[in-house]
Design a protein around this ligand. Structure first.
Ligand code: FES
Length: 113
């Protein structure tokens, strides 16, 4: 879904992101993913700080099998969902790029570029 509100782009309806899951989005030249956990939404650029490539191999699968950390499918780096900080793997101590977002009208919005 691409719905524009001025400078904002809607990623999806809040109900389209089940709690404890992740989902990827390509909006123009922006490649991002969102996670909902505990009712909170986190959005990051889909690029591993290690090599700058997308994190997922399987569509919409950005979490490890336990659903408790973000995991890069390429070389296994793991990141804290809430902060994006790498806690294991080749980019230890570095962070995913957080994407500012807003919740409006039950949708997740990011700024267009
Ligand atoms: S590209 Fe992500 S861990 Fe190496």
């Amino acid at each position: 879904m691409t719905e524009n509100k001025g400078q904002l782009i809607a990623l999806c309806h809040l109900d389209d992101l089940t709690d404890g899951t992740s989902r990827g989005f390509k909006q123009g030249n922006q490649n991002v993913f969102a996670i909902k956990q505990g009712g909170q939404v986190f959005v990051y650029r889909n690029a591993c700080p290690h090599l700058g490539i997308p994190l997922e191999w399987v569509e919409n699968q950005f979490l490890d099998s336990s659903g408790s950390v973000i995991q890069c499918a390429n070389h296994g780096a793991q990141f804290v969902i809430q902060s994006g900080q790498c806690v294991s793997g080749p980019c230890l101590g570095r962070s995913l790029q957080s994407i500012p977002h807003q919740i409006l009208d039950n949708h997740i919005w990011i700024k267009s570029k």
